[in-house]
Write a protein that binds this ligand. Sequence first.
Ligand code: ZN
Ligand code: ZN
Length: 234
Amino acid sequence: MSTCLLCHNSFEEVDSWATLFSLAEPDPLCSVCSAKFEKIEGELCEICGRPFTELSSEYRKGNLCYDCVRWEKDPRWQSVLTKNRSIYLYNDFAKEVISLYKFRGDYVISSIFKTPLKKTFKTYFTSSHFVVPIPLSDERLYERGFNQAGALARLLDVPVNEILVRAHLEKQSKKGRDERISGQNVFRVIGSVQDKDILLVDDIYTTGSTLRHAGQVLLEGGAKTVSALTLMRG
Ligand SMILES: [Zn+2]
Ligand SMILES: [Zn+2]
């Protein structure tokens, strides 16, 4: 018997050959909790990884969703993000689980998400990707005590390069509004990214704005391409 990490109910493990020979991690969740996560499957927007299944056709143009069409039309953002892939839809259950991080730290993330994260990484990316977590602002780092994106990136068992930092928001807010809008980027690159295929890691893809801002400074710093792996798709 195992205890589900989320609902704490006991459940019977289905022994597969893989778990018997310790090739796969035992399932940390009962089948009820597992089923509450909505895995992203089927046809996806080529850039942001949004599933087309529940998207009305007016929000789709060829292989892209309407949001990505708009990003790509803007010369400032065109081709900044090559591809994002997310694992789950950010549904109500996912929101609850994400908020648990605050109290239970990366232990929960690593047990629940390690296997699916590594699987998605292997499906869409390669070990030649230069893995860079999205940094948390100092404020949120203080609130949470750790950086979720960094914890997720370390689950991939490949080198993690913390070469992206956030400029201090206090300084940012002192500037005039126009100055902020006219291209001040909250991110700064503090290491060499020359000719690298970057893989950004973050917890949630919402509008794609954070990833594209990070992508912009990385490309300016000499990176070849910028892609992203995110746990949830908003
Ligand atoms: Zn459960
Ligand atoms: Zn898209």
